[in-house]
Design a protein around this ligand. Structure first.
Ligand code: 9UX
Length: 72
């Protein structure tokens, strides 16, 4: 089944930042849905654990220029 990953994201300053992160995450293999909340500085990602790993998804956010930490 699918799993949910919650991230704390740092470095976002406008809605284009959150939209960019959503786009990067939604394009990743195994990701079904990704929602980034600019005000809360969080991301919620629905993914297939057989196709994606949390560490890979966090690296995508970091490669886009933001900070990412696993959160509950
Ligand atoms: Mo908004 Mo974000 O002008 O990297 S796109 S601050």
């Amino acid at each position: 089944g699918l799993a949910t990953l919650h991230l704390a994201i740092t470095g976002m300053h406008c809605a284009a930042c959150s939209a960019r992160i959503e786009r990067v995450l939604r394009a990743a293999d195994g990701v079904t849905e990704a929602t980034v909340n600019l005000a809360a500085e969080t991301a919620t990602i629905l993914y297939d654990p057989g196709l994606a790993r949390p560490s890979q998804l966090m690296d995508l956010v970091r490669d886009a220029g933001f900070g990412a930490q696993a959160a509950s």
